[in-house]
Design a protein around this ligand. Structure first.
Ligand code: BG6
Length: 516
């Protein structure tokens, strides 16, 4: 029997139901600790509202913000303005007023044991009035020094394991500041919550383009056969920002680029690029394959890790301060605002392939990408005579995954220049652009992660062992850096492509960073 040919275009995709009912969580109360912070207003509430708009929240639902300040009704009003400002939502949006009615506030000090008993009865009251039952999602968005206090109190006041319903805890980063503190935090959290209740969040995993790395690799037949040491020369991962520390001086002074971005976000990207195909897209399989990648990375020699700090410069034509001049930053600070490392993965797929990672603030361009650089063909028969080609030597193939902005994927290959003269090859690009194919996606990454956490799906969350493995890799470097303040700081100008030592890291191997 002949089958009808069907061409699936992005337009057809718009007919696919976006709200399959099995993705709607059970009635739940989300309790956000540290709710007066920026994250709640800028990211969490807009994300929850977007879920509401597309019908992915249960009807019986409530949000309870918890923080020290006595905010009362002001909180819901502030969240409403956050949804408008950061969620791309207009005031006449249907659902908005109804949604805001579901936002509550509870003022307490996180170290006040008795307040947890009051919080419990408050939650029980809200649950009863709204037909919610026992499901709770506790979201820890406070400064990390309160994580343990809150978790222990939730445990001792019967909030972590109520008789009915699922109780889960989402833990924001930073998850520890080195291996020992991450282990300790894991011990503390796991003394109250079982691992299956714990959702360590890394917002990079909520990004569509990051999830698409797995789709690109494992939903297509043509890339995986060449995705290995036989064909790939090296891999570069870049997380460049134009932003500085944005008033977060005291936090950043203790963090630095390696802790803030490389140990978590960049390592998540690396694991998606390098992992073996999981047997299914389920939490256990995916997290196991990621862990195996991190465990196969040998210790990084100190000569393969470099750091930088920005001096004053210009971003988009405007003068900006150097890091040491930023508010509440030590004028002689040794904190790195840029870090780059070279590492290897000792397994059959990747042995001998260098992975170069870099992340920095106040760089020339905001740009997060992964670039897979292929080996040259074994024999080059074209462009031998440079004078017939304006393009010089033939360039190797490169697959570039643009995580943000201009989300997309491109493939560089050589093409014949149309001419009757000698064969001449120039590099050209085939490009897939997310916005052109699927329309602009305004999701901020938290939608998917909040929904998954409510559904109890841990696939896109960090596991205890994974977090400890990546900390184990970077802790020796962080300790060595802390012990030896760099004499060369600041060593790159704001608005530049980063410090020279980073270029040299690649130059040693005959490579160069992709242009920022
Ligand atoms: C955060 C870091 O985790 O990630 C910030 O603390 C950084 O310093 C941010 O700016 C980058 O996230 P994004 O989504 O803007 O790339």
């Amino acid at each position: 029997m002949a089958t009808a040919q069907m061409k699936v275009t992005p337009e057809d995709l718009s007919n696919v139901p976006t709200t399959p009912s099995e993705r709607i969580p059970e009635p739940t109360i989300i309790v956000i600790f540290g709710a007066s912070g920026d994250l709640t207003k800028r990211k969490l509430l807009p994300a929850l509202f977007h879920l509401e708009q597309v019908g992915l929240l249960p009807k019986e639902f409530a949000i309870v913000g918890v923080a020290r300040r006595p905010l009362g009704d002001e909180f819901a009003a502030d969240m409403r303005s956050g949804i408008l400002e950061f969620g791309g939502v207009t005031a006449d949006e249907p659902h908005l007023e109804e949604f805001v009615k579901k936002v509550h506030y509870f003022a307490m000090n996180f170290d006040d044991g008795a307040a947890y008993a009051r919080l419990k009865s408050e939650l029980d009251g809200i649950a009863k009035a709204n037909g919610i039952g026992g499901n709770r999602l506790f979201y820890l968005a406070t400064a990390p020094e309160y994580f343990n206090e809150i978790v222990q109190n939730l445990g001792s006041h019967g909030l972590a394991k109520p008789a009915q319903g699922a109780v889960r805890a989402v833990v924001e980063k930073p998850f520890g500041h080195d291996l020992e503190s991450a282990r300790e935090l894991n011990r503390q959290i796991n003394s109250v919550f079982a691992e299956r209740q714990v959702f360590r969040i890394d917002h990079y995993l909520g990004k569509e383009t990051v999830q698409n790395i797995l789709v690109f690799r494992f939903a297509n037949g043509m890339f995986e056969p060449v995705w290995n040491r036989n064909y790939i020369d090296h891999v570069q991962i870049t997380a460049a920002e134009t932003l500085g520390v944005e008033g977060r001086g005291p936090f950043y002074e203790k963090a630095g680029a390696l802790r803030d971005v490389v140990q978590n976000h960049v390592m998540e990207l690396l694991s998606f690029v390098a992992m073996e195909p999981p047997t299914s897209f389920e939490s256990q399989s995916v997290r196991l394959e990621k862990l195996k990648v991190w465990q196969a990375i040998p210790a990084i020699p100190m000569t393969d890790a470099v750091r930088g700090q920005y001096s004053p410069g210009q971003i988009a034509g405007k003068d900006v301060l150097g890091y040491r001049e930023e508010e509440r930053v030590d004028p002689e600070s040794g904190t790195e605002t840029y870090a780059a490392v070279k590492l290897g993965i000792d397994n059959w797929r990747w042995a001998g392939v260098p992975f170069y990672l870099r992340a920095g603030k106040r760089l020339k361009r905001r740009y997060t990408e992964i670039s897979i650089q292929f080996k040259q063909p074994p024999q080059l028969i074209f462009n031998r005579n440079a004078s017939v080609s304006d393009c010089g030597e033939i360039q190797p193939n490169v697959i570039t995954m643009r995580i943000q902005p201009d989300e997309g994927i491109s493939l560089r290959f050589g093409a014949k220049v149309p001419t009757t003269q000698a064969m001449s090859v120039c590099p050209v690009t085939m490009d897939f652009d997310y916005a052109a194919a699927f329309g602009k996606n305004s999701a901020n990454g938290y939608e998917r992660l909040l929904l998954d956490a409510m559904l109890g799906d841990q696939t896109l969350f960090a596991h205890r062992d994974g977090v400890e493995t990546t900390w184990a890799l970077y802790t020796p470097i962080l300790e060595a850096w802390a012990a030896k303040k760099p004499k060369t700081f600041p060593n790159y100008a704001a608005g530049s492509a980063g410090p020279q030592c980073s270029d040299e890291l690649l130059k040693r191997d005959g490579h160069t960073w992709r242009k920022l």
